[in-house]
Design a protein. Sequence first.
Length: 673
Amino acid sequence: MLFKLVLLFHPLLLLSNHHPFVNSVQPFCHDEERNALIHFNQSFKIHCHPRVDTNGLSVLVYPKTSTWGSNGTSCCGWDGVECDLVTGHVTGLNLSGSCLYGSIHSNNTLFHLVHLQILHLGYNNFTFSPIPTTIAIFSELTFLHLGYSFFQGEIPSELSLLSKLSYLYLSGNVDGNNQPLSSLKLEKINLRSLAKNLTTLSTLVLNYVDMRYELGDSLANLSSSLTELQLLGCGLYGPIPSSIVPPLLSNLKNLEFLSLSKNSLSGTLKFDSFLKLKNLNGLGLGYNMISLLLNEERKRELNTTLPKLEFLTLASCNLSRFPDFIVHQNNLIFLDLSYNNIHGQIPTDFMNSSLQSMTKIDLSNNLITGFHNYTTVLPWSNLLSFHMQSNLLQGQLPIPPSSIIHYDVSNNILSGRIPSSICNFNSISILELSNNNLSGEFPLCSAGGISDSMLVLNLRNNSFHGIIPLQCQHKSELRMVDFSHNHFQGKLRQPLTICMNLEYVDFSFNQLNDVFPTWLGSFPRLKVILIRANKFYGVIGKSQNTSSEFPVLQIIDMSNNYFTGALPSEYMLSWDAMKSFKMSNLTYMKALSIIDYYTDVIYDEIEETCEWACYWSLFWGDVDPKDASSMPFSRGKERNALIHFNQSFQIHCQTRHQLGDLTVPIAAHMGWC
């Protein structure tokens, strides 16, 4: 995630997000331009889908063009259209997030609008068509936004002819996890050539545009009027010579925002060079191979000489200590120092409550042991996202404010009980406490659960005991729960039946003592059930309360329990979602794309399932293949059902012990042979 939030504060984007092209007095509309707009609109289908930016923030999406041409109105009054008050010519077109679906070709009537000064086509779907070379016809264009609209191919050199541009936003195409889907490329012309004629640029954003060449002196020709430069994830590589940084930044002295993150840049740079940009409020150097040198001698004067940063990512910059200058950044909103070697405790000054603007902190994947002088309550009252996973945190759980949405302290050494104040997290979506040494009973919050906006609750691999603390409110969004590898006892609580959006449940490796939870079969979205290594018992019977049993179930593991009797063949024959299931095609994970790191958890479970099945030749529990007669289940029609599974229902998996590409019955981890 990287700082595109700053674009929300750009004047032209603020303009374009609030229907700027509706004037109190509508000018005359030229017939040829009205017809051009109508034909342009007719060249697309309308497909509306939710869209998010690279920060995971929702983008306003609705079909702006659906009312165009109605009642013979002037085109100057149409949604997203702006006309010159004197001439009546169309000068602005803001169709951001307008659900347009289809290709733009060079003969599109859009290019009849030769007086355009503002063109915003971001967040549509132009079906991987190239940017037409006829874009150069817009010689008056000052604002061009084509970001995240599924354009593909080479960026036309004709773009450099738009000499009046002050704002240029292009981008490659990424999925919900910012992984490239396809790319725009800047190969025939490089960044230096593109910028040569664009001498009035103030904003240049080329995020995820495929450049794949050495940065070198590519930035040398950039306009000194630039206030924003974003080259996030462009494939730039090679060393950044320390000798070019001071003169380069001296030329770009008006920069307010700079992002070179998520490339393959290397070299050792003095951080002081960037701090000389007095107008800087956003800086992204993270996720490269850069080593930053911090000047300790500046410590005493930092509060008077530094720019006031709002966004800062120095992830993976080979830092070994917490940067001193940060404690003076009272305007800081977004801080990412993840994947460094920061060790010891977080400084007392950083815990200063004056940093009330902070909404996201990511200190994950370091060697941090704790916080200096704090009382287990984090001081930032507006904090929305807190990432401290994979550190060496000790002691009690640091409690965030009630505003928290994403909280991750997994893979640490935290201990003690969870305070009841966790029930005040009314807005939380992801609560990730796995792989610690937390103990006691997890609080059973009143009113049906912690938050109806909760998507993920992960308590895996701790020392919790008591009953399973799973409750849902009436409109719960809960998708995934993992209570495995704890000491939970007793029965599964029936209130689960209103958690109707659940897709993944893992209760394995506990001490649950109950019959098979047939009522889970009524959950319409449940795809993964893991109850391995508990004390479930009795005959597995089909629920009498529902005609649909596990309609989308794809993985089930109920081995190492105490079930008896026959497995109902109706269950197995109705599990259509398991047909030809492949690990390489985990389609249900799309629903969980907001939490891509959970892919690893699920893969681990599947690999463990496949590995066990192959080793034990598909038996229930820990029954040795040589002692199959000791199995407590009857055979009969269930065995015939499994023959059907062998023919139609298969898992293709590869274990982490390199057992090869294996094909086993889908019932593998129920132990049948």
